[in-house]
Design a protein around this ligand. Structure first.
Ligand SMILES: Nc1nc2c(c(=O)[nH]1)N[C@H]1C(S)=C(S)[C@@H](COP(=O)(O)O)O[C@H]1N2
Ligand SMILES: [Mo]
Length: 212
């Protein structure tokens, strides 16, 4: 596509005109890596994914079982609180909304918040309604390839924005946990790793809710 040959500034101007550049953000054509701590290794024989809390049945899926779950693809814009935004990113993985709709996760009515639990005890919290949006995915693939270790292989949460979907909420990208190992459904919210460090709990990119 011709767009690929535009320089960064020209592409940013075009995105801004389309109303897709949130306040205080800049377009990047790279994919920066940001996280606290080490990159964990993956062992398919010992990896599992747990679902617990406000659910009728707790679940533990091993990697082979996780790979057989229904798959979804989604293209969206992602916005990092460190001020880079990346547009039209393509993700593939498992939609929590689909798992709930197909009865693979049976939520109790009291479930209102979701904690993503990742390797080394990293957590990220979101309201259930955002986790059930089309813009939240348990992603195994980016741009048609398995995630790289730096970006969360084999599984990460991702949250972004679909252009034109002003009805959906868009938190900053840190609300997606890399190296994800489970989801906890809760009646009450609980601050995640960056939220405890002073980042905004709601983290709406259009309202520039960066810090609390
Ligand atoms: N497990 C884990 N996930 C994490 C983080 C982290 O420190 N640990 N950092 C978050 C932050 S602050 C950002 S901006 C995004 C960055 O994702 P990327 O490295 O794929 O760009 O991952 C998020 N997920
Ligand atoms: Mo971040």
């Amino acid at each position: 596509m011709f767009d690929r040959f535009l320089n960064r500034k020209a592409e940013e101007d075009k995105i801004r005109q389309e109303g897709r550049l949130p306040p205080g953000q800049a377009l990047t054509q790279k994919f920066p890596v940001l996280h606290y701590g080490q990159v964990p290794t993956f062992n398919a024989a010992t990896w599992d994914f747990r679902i617990w809390g406000e659910v009728e049945e707790e679940i533990t899926w091993n990697w082979a079982e996780f790979e057989r779950l229904p798959r979804a693809k989604i293209q969206m814009d992602i916005h990092c609180v460190t001020r880079w935004s990346k547009f039209d990113t393509l993700w593939e993985g498992v939609s929590v909304k689909t798992l709930v709709e197909e009865g693979l996760i049976k939520l109790k009515p009291a479930a209102k918040f979701v904690i993503q639990h990742a390797e080394y005890g990293y957590t990220a919290n979101l309201p259930l309604e955002i986790v059930l949006q089309d813009t939240f995915l348990l992603a195994t693939h980016f741009d048609g390839e398995p995630l790289s270790p730096d970006h969360g292989y084999p599984l990460r949460g991702v949250i972004g924005h679909i252009p034109g979907r002003a009805d959906l909420q868009t938190p900053y990208f840190w609300k997606g946990a890399k190296w994800l190992r489970g989801l906890e459904f809760r009646t009450q919210d609980q601050l995640g790793f960056w939220e405890r460090a002073g980042y905004h709990n709601d983290a709406d990119v259009w309202r520039e809710e960066r810090f609390r």
